[in-house]
Design a protein around this ligand. Structure first.
Ligand code: F6P
Length: 341
């Protein structure tokens, strides 16, 4: 069997380990051969690919980014499924493994259901917002990077008796904020799922300051304060028309300073959270998901994706990852609040 592998959407630490897991398992166990497709669906539609061997994936488990490159090209543009069939036939490619997030898995699932293409998936996102999988690889790395950054910001905040507002990624969910904030001992964690008023934030900040602490506020980029009905910071849309998030920290810090009188600074961690080496946890998870995806393709389980359930890697419908996004549940918010202030 000849399998094409592509990575699509925003990159994420662990992508290379997935690719390595796929290729090693596929070649060693199933005698498969592989084609690396460059820049997601773009490479398939534009016939930009290369034969991928064990040599290509050597030493990849700890390397960030993706050796295949990625893009946000939509699979139904530029010739869409017809063009894909043509290119796959020309290269003798039987099936595809698509490694991606919400958009990629939704597109791949549609290509299987409506076009009968042979595709299996691997869920990917630092945001940890995909359904039917406990954690996605990349999330642990992002939360670790954010935690280390908050630890560092705390020491300078303490020296200057300042409040620090640290903005993390996550799109419309607060997983990175919740975990990094909890790990680093934040005095307030603000997430898109749970609007909070400026007065409440000021109360937590003042209470921390009154105990002699340098207040630490961790805010997810998608947080909308109580009383606002859309993002406070308008960053426009990206090339695919998706709302660009980011900037809430720059708005919050002066508000906090004005209400509390405590000097405040904002730091936006941004793409730092997606760069560099994956953690050991993410390397292992990625490798296992990659190996499982090679098995799914070998056994013709089209429309399925490898998923983490507890400590097991199982197979679930790709479409189930995107039916309902996994947001932070109320009980995690209630649990965390006892730590605030
Ligand atoms: O989905 C992953 C993510 O990093 C989000 O947390 C963030 O909002 C977005 O991608 C940023 O996208 P881009 O890399 O296109 O700026």
């Amino acid at each position: 069997m000849k399998i094409g592998v592509l990575t699509s959407g925003g990159d994420c630490p662990g992508l290379n380990a997935v690719i390595r897991g796929i290729v090693r398992k596929g070649i060693r166990t199933h005698d498969a051969s592989f084609v690396g497709i460059r820049d997601g669906w773009r490479g398939l539609l534009e016939d930009d690919m290369f034969d991928m061997t064990m040599l290509d994936v050597r030493g990849l488990s700890g390397r960030g980014g993706t050796i295949l490159g990625t893009s946000r090209t939509h699979p139904y543009e530029d010739g869409g499924p017809e063009r894909m069939r043509e290119v796959m036939a020309a290269h003798g490619i039987d099936s595809l493994i698509a490694i991606g997030g919400e958009g990629t898995l939704a597109g791949a699932s549609r290509l299987v259901q409506e076009e009968g293409l042979h595709i299996v998936g691997v869920p990917k996102t630092i945001d940890n917002d995909l359904g039917n999988t406990d954690y996605t690889f990349g999330f642990d790395t992002a939360q670790s990077i954010a935690t280390e950054a908050i630890d560092r910001l705390r020491t300078t905040a303490e020296s200057h008796h300042r409040c620090m507002v640290i903005e993390v990624m996550g799109r419309n969910v607060g997983w990175i904020a919740l975990h990094a904030g909890m790990a680093a001992g934040a005095h307030a964690i603000l997430m898109p799922e749970f609007p909070v008023s400026f007065d409440q934030i000021a109360e937590w900040v003042t209470s921390a300051k009154d105990r002699g602490r340098a207040p630490i506020v961790v805010v997810a980029e998608g947080f909308v304060p109580e009383g606002f009905d859309s993002q406070v910071a308008d960053q426009g849309v990206d090339s695919r028309g998706r709302v660009r998030l980011g900037g809430i920290a720059n708005y919050l810090a002066p508000q906090i300073e004005e209400i509390t009188g405590i000097e405040s600074r904002a730091t936006i961690l941004g793409h730092l959270q997606r760069g560099g080496s994956p953690t050991a946890y993410d390397r292992v998870l990625s490798t296992r998901l990659g190996m499982a995806a090679a098995d799914l393709a070998q056994h013709g389980h089209w429309g399925k994706m490898a998923s983490l359930k507890g400590t097991d890697i199982v197979s679930v419908e790709m479409s189930s990852a995107v039916h309902s996004l996994k947001s932070v549940p109320l009980h995690r918010w209630e649990e965390a609040q006892v730590l605030f202030g």
